[in-house]
Design a protein around this ligand. Structure first.
Ligand SMILES: *Cc1c(COP(=O)(O)O)cnc(C)c1O
Length: 376
């Protein structure tokens, strides 16, 4: 027998906590060709467009096996012609840089434009880039989860629409979709990527792209990888309602339940409100304990927050992490290159009381480590 495992609260960027009813929705085996499953896929695709406030006449939602990264890679591959592709990646953190890495891996010509990690993208610089060089795809991250910053992606999309109307405008909205408003069609965004296990609170196992159908259909024959070809995936889904290869059936049943719960708990507004409440309790509590945030208030969203390490000889992050974990509270290391930080997420099936409980445990751990609380 394996040692018993006690479930913990995940204050992380993913995987995240899910409701019991979402997990229970998986307690059934279903065939991928079964009409029950086909209608589940259909409901998911429809609900995703509704959440994005898009019409079926203009956009299509395409689920794809694999974590979020797989679908970002699928979009970059699918939007890049075999000849003459040139991708502009605007990066102010690890997830932006990862998109640059995907292009390099695929042998695509890429301009990876890096911006400071603790600031939003600089629109004047973006405009200058778009005036100087032409691109087939422009890719940007909405909530850069490595810090929590929210980038002005609608403004970037408007610049792309006016200066390079032929380029595919791609947004990695992995950690924001469903909880941070985004005007997709109004700002001219062609592709949005997210995954089942972020703000929509399904279980991990697949991701999805919401695509402007007309643009997608112009991409036939681009993708160099069969399993990541979104045009091919789309055509199978449209033709038969089925996936090309084994779908994550259990994860999709869970996701359908998660989307129903999302709808009945107030949709985007409800989700944003809960996460904002989590965040405001967290920031007041953390400040009281002496922690400083990495970002300026106007740049930080309400998805995840980066905090500086405490400036005290007894502060030891690995120790803090493991003691919190022993108390059932999981936080996350930092992901910025030039500062000692750690991160606390507000997303997933977490509620204000969970945040209060977390803060109590954190205070206890700091005291156990011999730190004065609050730090003067
Ligand atoms: C979580 C996340 C991803 C994808 O991560 P996976 O581990 O592949 O699911 C990509 N971009 C952002 C901004 C994210 O937050």
């Amino acid at each position: 027998m394996e040692a018993s495992f006690k479930e913990k609260k995940l204050f992380t960027p993913g995987p995240l906590c899910c409701s019991r009813s979402v997990k229970e929705a998986m307690l059934v085996d279903v065939g991928s060709r079964d009409s029950y499953f086909v209608s589940c896929v259909k409901e998911i695709r429809q609900r995703l467009l509704e959440i994005a406030q898009l019409s079926e006449a203009e956009y299509t939602a395409i689920p794809l096996q694999g974590s979020g990264t797989y679908c970002v890679e699928a979009v970059l591959q699918t939007t890049s012609p075999r000849q003459g592709a040139k991708v502009l990646v605007l990066a102010n953190g690890a997830y932006g840089r990862r998109m640059g890495q995907m292009c390099a891996w695929a042998g695509l010509e890429v301009r990876l434009e890096e911006f400071p990690e603790d600031q939003r993208l600089d629109l004047a610089k973006v405009e200058a880039l778009l005036r100087n060089e032409s691109f087939t795809t422009v890719a940007v991250v909405h909530c850069e989860t490595s810090t929590g910053i929210i980038n002005p992606v609608e403004d970037v999309a408007r610049l792309v629409a006016s200066l390079q109307p032929g380029a595919a405008m791609v947004v990695d909205a992995m950690s924001s979709f469903g909880a941070v408003p985004l005007d997709i069609s109004g700002s001219g965004i062609d592709y949005v990527v997210s995954s089942a296990n972020k703000c929509l609170e399904g279980v991990p196992g697949f991701s999805f792209a919401i695509c402007r159908t007309k643009h997608l259909l112009s991409c036939k024959g681009n993708c160099r990888v069969l399993s990541l070809d979104l045009v091919d995936q789309h055509s199978a889904l449209e033709r038969s309602g089925q996936f090309r290869f084994t779908p994550a059936t259990h994860a999709m049943l869970a996701f359908r339940q998660a989307l129903r719960e999302y709808g009945s708990s107030g949709g985007l507004e409800g989700r944003a409100k809960r996460y904002q409440e989590n965040r405001s309790i967290l920031r007041v509590g953390m400040k009281r304990l002496g922690f400083r945030e990495l970002l300026k208030e106007e740049d930080a969203g309400y998805i995840i927050t980066s905090f500086h390490f405490l400036q005290h000889e007894r502060f030891d992050f690995p120790k803090l992490y493991s003691r919190l974990s022993d108390k059932g509270q999981v936080i996350y290391p930092g992901k910025v290159t030039n500062a000692d930080c750690f991160r606390i997420g507000n997303i997933g099936h977490l509620f204000p009381d969970d945040v209060r409980t977390f803060l109590g445990h954190l205070e206890d751990v700091l005291k156990e480590m011999g730190l004065p609380v609050p730090l003067p």
